[in-house]
Design a binder for this molecule. Structure first.
Ligand code: ADP
Ligand code: ASP
Ligand code: MG
Length: 395
């Protein structure tokens, strides 16, 4: 069966006119595909607005209720799109995450898809309907609404494509993946073909264009993945296997992640303390740790870790409860140089350090993976550094 999953993000369904426009794209795709599932995000900045309302009412809104609240955003866009498709003579049905078979596990707000039961999806598709599914949501073992973490509609789309053995198109407000976020660098170049691994690295290191878990899932289940403009133009970016990439630059992308929090953990007057226990407690509280460094000074050992700014209060609370001291540094960005060819190339780090010194950008931490080098710098300097790296590597 020739099937397609198309996902439209919030900016693509932000208004009634935009919903009408995406309906045209969907109908156009019917020429090439027998069965189409559409996954939508909430309209425009709806999710942010819902979070704001909850925060206006409570300092600690319950995560279960937050999920129920946030799930409504996608229900509005999915039902409106289906209503419009029906009004212009198309057969369609809108389904919530639960109705579409999404079972999830794990904490509210960061739930993971454990299974997609396809019976209903397949029944509706076999009835000749365009199936419009709410992104970003599922249901847990208690029958409660859950959400998959910000940007999670990409993962919903890839999950459906995986179980239906379909191609997945992520259509958005930019016509593909660029060498640098086009909002930061006007001259960035569109990438026609990129590997799953590099896309995953980019997404993890801050490129907002696609959610990292969705790429990981696409790689695991062999889902053909495409990112393009919401007009349906097929001149976008194809994400393919690394071995199928014909021409490869050393560096394919510079990414940037804001809102990084640097936390110094220590115990006054002590030159050793249980860092493993501290990391365990942070993990148990769903606080995601990124970089870790050990610093040995005369009479004190400390650790510097990074996490997201949103975790600041929870981090302080956990460390306070353990009797540990901490200091925070905010307004930091992680700027990363990414490229698979780095694995067998020397000299990238030397060129990067040279740029940092030429541009007089101080950095607080550095970390590397097989295919990336990341620097922690002041947020105020990050765009300048991104552009300087992009100049150096001709991106
Ligand atoms: P959607 O609402 O469709 O999910 P997002 O805002 O999540 O869209 O993602 C699209 C945005 O990702 C673009 O507007 C762009 O500014 C940003 N972006 C960041 N890095 C990149 C990159 N390397 N290539 C393309 N877009 C990028
Ligand atoms: N609406 C959700 C968010 O804003 C999910 C998504 O857009 O993918 O994060
Ligand atoms: Mg997105």
């Amino acid at each position: 069966m020739n099937r397609l999953v198309i996902k439209f993000g919030g900016s693509s369904v932000a208004t009634i006119d935009k919903i009408k426009a995406v309906a045209k794209v969907i109908i156009d795709r019917k020429k090439d595909y027998e069965q189409i599932v559409v996954v939508v995000s909430a309209m425009g900045k709806t999710t942010n607005g819902l979070i704001q309302m909850a925060n206006d009412l409570s300092a600690y809104p319950a995560e279960r209720e937050m999920d129920m609240l946030l799930a409504t955003g996608e229900m509005v866009s999915a039902s409106l799109l289906s209503i419009y498709l029906q009004s212009i003579g198309e057969k369609s049905v809108a389904l919530t995450g639960f109705q579409a078979g999404f079972e999830t596990i794990g904490s509210h707000q960061v739930s993971k898809i454990s299974n997609v039961i396809t019976d209903r999806l397949i029944k509706e598709l076999n009835d000749g309907k365009i199936v419009v599914v709410t992104g970003f949501q599922g249901m847990n073992e208690n029958g409660d609404f859950t959400t998959l973490g910000r940007g999670g509609s990409d993962t919903s789309a890839v999950a459906i494509a995986a179980v239906l053995k379909a191609r997945c198109e992520i259509l958005t407000d930019v016509n593909g993946i660029y060498t640098v976020d086009p909002r930061i660098r006007k001259t960035a170049k569109k990438i026609d073909y990129i590997s799953y691994q590099e896309t995953m690295e980019m997404a993890n290191l801050g490129a907002k264009v696609i959610e990292p878990r969705s790429v990981e899932m696409a790689l695991r289940y062999d889902v053909p993945l495409f990112i393009g403009l919401n007009t349906g133009d097929l001149n976008g970016t194809n994400i393919i296997k690394e071995e199928d990439i014909v021409e490869q630059n050393i560096i394919t992308n510079i990414s940037n992640k804001n809102d990084v929090l640097l936390v110094k953990i220590f115990k006054k007057g002590s030159n050793e303390f249980g860092i493993s226990e501290a990391l365990k407690q942070l993990a148990q509280n769903d606080i995601n740790i990124d970089m870790i460094n050990r610093i040995v000074e005369e009479n004190e050992v400390s650790y510097k870790i990074t996490t997201n700014l949103v975790s600041k209060n929870k981090t302080k609370q956990v460390l306070d409860e353990m009797g540990l001291d901490c200091e925070f540094k905010e307004n930091l960005s992680k700027v990363s140089i990414i490229g698979s060819a780095m694995r067998n190339q020397v000299g990238v780090a030397a060129r990067a350090f040279d740029i940092l010194s030429k541009e007089s950008v101080p950095f607080y931490e550095v970390s590397t993976s097989e295919i990336s080098i990341s620097y922690l710098v002041d947020e105020s300097k990050s765009n300048k550094l991104v552009n300087a790296f992009a100049d150096e590597f001709n991106l």
